[in-house]
Design a protein around this ligand. Structure first.
Ligand SMILES: *Cc1c(COP(=O)(O)O)cnc(C)c1O
Length: 508
């Protein structure tokens, strides 16, 4: 029996060909033994690279001649992998972003680890797609999610999903919040089903990914209300109550409060217990952005502040930040797994579940998020937690907290430096000051200090503006930083500041 209509593709094969004739081309190595030798070299080079990272600049720009090599056309013909690797070594390997370096403290990033990188290699080797099906990678991810729940004291019945990072984890939490707290079927009607505006609340220090999330969820960025902060950069509860009240009186429908456990500017932890009480009273979804601080819930110094994480309806965590797993890996947790599933689950014919074989299993990770095909990122989490154990991770985080206090104390003792915000976690904001300089000149001066620190390869802080005042920002999510690295930083900031001020004086 034949099916007509399938012959419009002009694909030809020889029906007389003997299938035993020849071995057909694949994408496997032409010579496994030379690939083995190359693989060994890659491992050796990668170990040297990380072992010696402190001897290299914290950052360096990509030279012009290197950039020029990265504009070639899409290759048509094969190349020897050894030559491709050689080009990688010359043009790519020497110019990392810098976050593997002991003096990289910009934005908020982790260092990664060698064993984590090996795990990523093994994960790519197995190349399991963890969206669906019954295979061991699914079970590994399940175990890792149980560990994440244990980390924040979440009940075992909660659900979770590993994702690319906290941006995605927050989007997932907020999607469940929206669908659960709207009084109509959002999946069916979209927001055209709404007869009230759905409102979300977060402090003015909330991470920008939430704006993207509310925009993508159709809620609109105006309806993400930015609540003012108190003098230690936490959400101001009085302000929250009154803004929610105003919105209710205006006929809007408040649905969710986003608390941040470790803000990106200063590391502030919003008053989680008070927000949890408020949400319970007002029937609001309580979401916590724990991208920075969530994984530190077990660290002694933070235990009390972070304990109410387990009262959240959903939590976003990042493992590629303070837990130093190689990019990317974050985790979304949702306390009510039914609400989580009912936000994302769809069952088309080609994804029908079986009771036996590879398609077995009622619960597929693709039912809990946006992506169907998903990498086996759980492996690096599983292998890294086994390699180090939670205690060691907590020691690393506790040490970063100490380093932040050490840095803040040194800044406070120095007349040419000014601490710009209380240090509530591992983030220190400060600036160089000199008598007689106005706000604008101080901003320009500190901006120039920052660029020179980076360009000279000494250290990589970032900059931010707090209450209208520009400053340097040192985010110490770094397992390689030593105390001496902070002495070096302050020495250089002062040297550069003095130098720039004296150059200014000469110009005048
Ligand atoms: C980094 C960060 C995010 C975004 O996380 P990604 O992993 O970069 O997607 C969200 N919230 C806070 C507080 C962050 O620090």
């Amino acid at each position: 029996m034949s099916i007509s209509g399938v012959y419009y593709l002009r694909v030809h094969y020889d029906p007389m060909r003997d299938p035993g004739d020849d071995k057909q081309e694949t994408l496997d190595p032409e010579d496994w033994e030379s690939m083995r030798a190359l693989g060994h070299r890659v491992i050796d080079d990668a170990i040297d690279y990380l072992r010696d990272v402190a001897d290299r600049p914290a950052w360096q720009p990509v030279p012009k001649d290197v950039s020029n090599q990265l504009t070639e056309a899409l290759p048509r013909q094969p190349s020897d992998p050894a030559l491709v690797y050689e080009q990688f070594q010359q043009t790519i390997f020497p110019y990392p972003k810098g976050n593997i370096h002991p003096r990289f403290w910009a934005w908020y990033m982790g260092n990664g680890t060698f064993f984590g990188a090996l795990a990523d290699f093994l994960s790519s080797t197995m190349n399991s797609n963890v969206g669906a099906g019954s295979h061991v990678a699914v079970q590994v991810e399940g175990q890792v999610i149980s560990w994440m729940k244990a980390l924040v004291n979440y009940p075992e019945r909660a659900s979770g999903l590993l994702v690319g990072g906290a941006s995605m984890a927050n989007l997932i939490g907020l999607a469940v919040a929206r669908n659960s707290k709207a009084d109509f079927d959002v999946r069916r009607w979209g927001l055209s089903g709404a007869n009230q505006k759905l409102m979300i609340y977060a402090s003015s220090e909330v991470h920008s990914c939430h704006q993207k999330a509310v925009e993508l969820l159709g809620l609109g960025s105006d309806n993400l209300r930015k609540v003012p902060i108190n003098d230690i950069y936490q959400m101001d509860m009085t302000a929250l109550r009154s803004i929610v009240r105003q919105d209710q009186e205006a006929g809007h429908r408040p649905i969710c409060v986003i608390a941040t456990a470790g803000t990106v500017n200063t590391g502030a932890i919003d008053p989680l217990a008070e927000i949890a009480d408020f949400c319970a009273r007002e029937n609001l979804w309580f979401h916590v952005d724990g991208a920075i601080g969530g994984v530190a819930a077990g660290v002694d110094a933070l235990k009390d502040n972070l304990a109410p994480l387990n009262r959240a309806d959903s939590v976003a965590l990042d493992l590629h930040k303070w837990m130093h797993m190689p990019f990317e890996v974050g985790c979304a947790l949702v306390k009510d797994s039914d609400l989580h599933r009912s936000t994302f689950s769809v069952n088309p014919e080609y994804l029908v579940r079986g009771s036996r074989g590879l398609a077995a299993g009622e619960d597929w990770f693709s039912d809990y998020g946006i992506e169907l095909s998903r990498s086996f990122r759980a492996l690096k989490v599983w292998m890294s937690f086994k390699e180090h154990g939670l205690d060691r991770y907590e020691r690393m985080m506790a040490r970063n907290l100490e380093q932040a206090q050490y840095l803040a104390d040194a800044i406070n003792r120095d007349e040419s430096l000014e601490l710009m915000a209380p240090v509530s976690l591992d983030i220190v904001c400060f600036r160089y000051i000199a008598p007689g300089l106005e706000e604008a000149s101080l901003a320009a001066l500190n901006g120039e200090i920052l660029l020179r620190l980076q360009e000279e390869g000494t250290a990589v802080p970032s900059g931010t503006t707090l209450k209208g005042r520009y400053c340097l920002r040192v985010a110490i999510a770094n397992h390689r930083s030593q105390m001496a690295d902070f002495d070096l930083l302050l020495g250089e900031v002062k040297r550069l500041g003095d130098l720039l001020v004296s150059e200014q004086l000469q110009v005048r």
